[in-house]
Design a protein around this ligand. Sequence first.
Ligand SMILES: *Cc1c(COP(=O)(O)O)cnc(C)c1O
Length: 329
Amino acid sequence: MNLAKTTIKTPLVPIEFLLPENPAESIACQIFIKREDLNHSEISGNKWHKLKHNLIRAKQLNCNQLLTFGGAFSNHIAATAAAGKEMAMPSIGIIRGDELANAPQKWSPTLLAAHKNGMRFEFVSRQTYRRREQPDYQQSLLAKYPNSYLIPEGGSNELALLGFKELMTDINQQCPDWTHLYCAVGTGATLAGIIRYANAGLDKPRARQIFGIAVLKQATYLLAPIHHWLSCSLPNMDKTSEQNDELVHWQLLTQYHGGGYGKQSDVDAQQQLAFEKQHNIPLDPVYTAKVIKAVQQEFAQNRIPPKSKVIILHSGGLQGRNPDINLKL
Ligand SMILES: *Cc1c(COP(=O)(O)O)cnc(C)c1O
């Protein structure tokens, strides 16, 4: 597979957006959903963009396996296993929770899918898992699994950002004059990539407002890594990036976590279903449903001016979605 050439164009779908509080009134803005959930059957959404340049680097370095970290419900674990299979590169997952070792009956659908795609697991205690960023721990793993290419949790590193250059070039071709973009934030690497490449592919950069919706509580600690990623030097930087700073405004919105990571109230679940039915677009409760809800709230509070062109990034994540929800659609 030639990864550098594997860019799948997904549709930018206009939607008519109704506020749940006032369902008769549609909004005086153009709203689009960028369907990145459709970019790959298994390495879906933002995880594909984040992995792409890491996979290229792994090949360049002649590594013969991928080694990464995640919890039992991690979309990144599923994506890495699928990518490893596609590239004929075995993958190893360091998984949080040693109670899962030797207990495949307790494995989540995510772990089962990764296992099916050939990922080997090492289950570690929560205490050990906390060391995942420590160099000495990483060295010991690389000694145990030699010639591995190490990818951090969530696939979030500098090379991950580069993947969003292609995505933003694509969006800028489909809708050059967008004004607002909303995306989900777990680690913040996706948000940082979108900010950096907000004007990719355009001769003349435009003013943009970009909002990251934190899906976990007390997310302000994410600002430090986001600022780091915004300042790191990346290969293939384009001319537009320098002018970017003045024109591209961004914010991390921390009030829309809806109870915390992986949590969803019954009311929010109902609103997710209502949206899915109305638009025939599946969401996931952990990330994208929270972004939709956030945008509805921002409209309800008049934070988005009339005539704005709003893009909502559908970042995928459907692999871990509760299959029961499909039955209700
Ligand atoms: C992982 C994930 C995110 C968060 O991406 P970060 O780069 O970690 O902020 C958003 N949406 C979906 C569907 C994801 O799987």
